[in-house]
Design a protein around this ligand. Structure first.
Ligand code: ACO
Length: 430
């Protein structure tokens, strides 16, 4: 971190100097760590709109320019030239792998794809109609009970083993949640397939029929994984970091990230978007829903539109839109009712003054929901697919935090607005 200048803050006639740091790119930050000691005041920033909670070398976003870089590489180049495990390697280790490193990494991931047979029994404790995210929160958290051999988070080797276990087992765990909901037998992983093809096998194969994943669809799903692999300090990643800051084990931390991701303002948006399209039902009703989205007195929001950081366009949405067309072409689904509806909604919203002025554009989840539906993935599992991919980012961010010598337990402060100190009234005393 580079510090060449200070920011001067004057409060109640008292002046304090606060160091300003520059990163490699992006806005500078004012270091306010000494603010309370020097002024007796906290800063107030609900929703972390202007607060950098950590330093990180993993992912960079320029929301105004629509830029997303993993370790410096633009998402467009990674999406076109790499597969998901190469991107995972990059996010975890900082550089793209050469052929030998890739082979070794892929083999290590494949070694960990099975889950303990005892874990399978956890599933039967859930109702068949349980939401897959409820199952994932429980099962991923439960992994903590299986891997006592690598729980020393201060040991880099233990952290690496946990990372492999999580990345390798997530597809198995997500596919099992799907199979359980359908009452179909679980499919064991096939390690002769690629990471993503194996996931499709565990989802769509049955013991009665041979299943060969379609390469166009495998590539589409692999791209969904790449685009969702990391997104710097979003709500679920910050949750993982906060949980991890207390020294909690990685499985518990990732489970907390899954819980946060489930919300409709975050990873739940792709499911909420598809449900919204179903609710709108027909192109003729798009106008009515656009009106509702603009009405201040109506809580309805157009799901899949808007983003906290991307205010001009979401680069992932552009790539996902491309994939959306490829998949619908491959499957001959261009006349699909919901797809036509989505295209109409996108067109109207992009031209509407309200959406233009507020810089509300389709986000990645607007298109990823349509792609996943075309792949045969049920709506309820969309956020589970997101969690599978984001596990790479979560574990990399968690690892970076644990390895940071400046790391402290996360402990936000508050502006207290409740009752001041008062006595229990005589009538309420025993
Ligand atoms: N439909 C209608 N109006 C919207 C929408 C929307 N989807 N999104 C934001 N607005 C309006 C807000 O009402 C607000 O209006 P106001 O200024 O008149 O009060 C204004 O636009 C600014 O929106 P905020 O909610 O303040 O923006 P914020 O950055 O806090 O929220 C968020 C971003 C949560 C993504 C929001 O746009 C939203 O809820 N979108 C729908 C859910 C969604 O698609 N989430 C996926 C995010 S991407 C991801 O997690 C991978």
């Amino acid at each position: 971190m580079n510090t060449q200048r200070n920011a001067t803050l004057t409060v109640d006639g008292k002046t304090v100097e606060l160091p300003v740091y520059s990163g490699s790119i992006g806005p500078d930050v004012i270091d306010i760590r000494q603010l309370y000691a020097k002024t007796g005041m906290f800063t107030f920033d609900p929703g972390f709109v202007s607060t950098a909670a950590c330093k990180s070398e993993i992912t960079y976003i320029d929301g105004d320019a629509g830029v997303l870089l993993y370790r410096g590489y633009p998402i467009e180049q990674l999406a076109h030239h790499c597969d998901f495990l190469e991107v995972a390697y990059l996010i975890l280790r900082g550089e793209l792998p050469n052929a030998e490193q890739k082979q070794e990494f892929d083999t290590l991931v494949k070694r960990h794809t099975m889950v303990h047979e005892q874990l399978i029994r956890f599933y039967t404790g859930f109702r068949r109609d349980a939401h897959p995210m409820a199952v994932l929160v429980g099962v991923v958290g439960a992994l903590s009970a299986f891997y006592h051999d690598a729980m020393d988070i201060s040991d880099q080797y233990h952290r690496d083993v946990s990372a492999f276990r999580l990345i390798a087992k997530m597809p198995t765990i997500v596919a099992m949640a799907y199979k359980y909901g359908r009452g179909e037998p679980f499919m064991y992983p096939r390690n002769d397939l690629t990471y993503t093809a194996n996931f499709m096998h565990m989802m769509f194969a049955t013991p009665c029929e041979k299943y060969e994943p379609n390469p166009v669809l495998v590539r589409a799903l692999d791209r969904i994984f790449i685009l969702h692999a990391d997104h710097e300090q979003n709500a679920s990643t910050s949750t993982v970091r906060l949980a991890g800051s207390s020294g909690a084990n990685p499985f518990a931390c990732i489970s907390s990230g899954i819980a946060c991701l489930w919300g409709p303002a975050h990873g739940g948006a792709n499911e909420a978007c598809l449900n919204m399209l179903e609710e709108i039902g027909d192109v003729s009703r798009v106008g009515e829903y656009i009106r509702r989205a603009k009405d201040k007195n109506d809580p309805f929001k157009l799901m899949g539109f808007g983003h906290r950081v991307y205010k001009n366009f979401d680069p992932r949405a552009k790539l996902m839109r491309e994939t959306c067309h490829e998949v619908l072409n491959e499957l001959g689904l261009h006349d699909d009712r919901l797809f036509k509806l989505a295209i109409q909604l996108e067109k109207i919203a992009l031209e509407d003054d309200y959406f233009v002025e507020k810089k509300l554009y389709p986000n990645v989840d607007f298109y990823s929901g349509i792609v996943q539906r075309a792949l045969g993935i049920p709506t309820q599992l969309f956020t589970g697919i997101f969690a599978l991919a984001r596990t790479v980012g979560w574990i990399a961010q968690w690892n970076e935090m644990i390895g940071d010598p400046e790391q402290k337990i996360g402990r936000p402060r508050q502006l207290f607005t409740g009752a001041q100190k008062r006595d229990v009234p005589p009538m309420a005393r025993r």
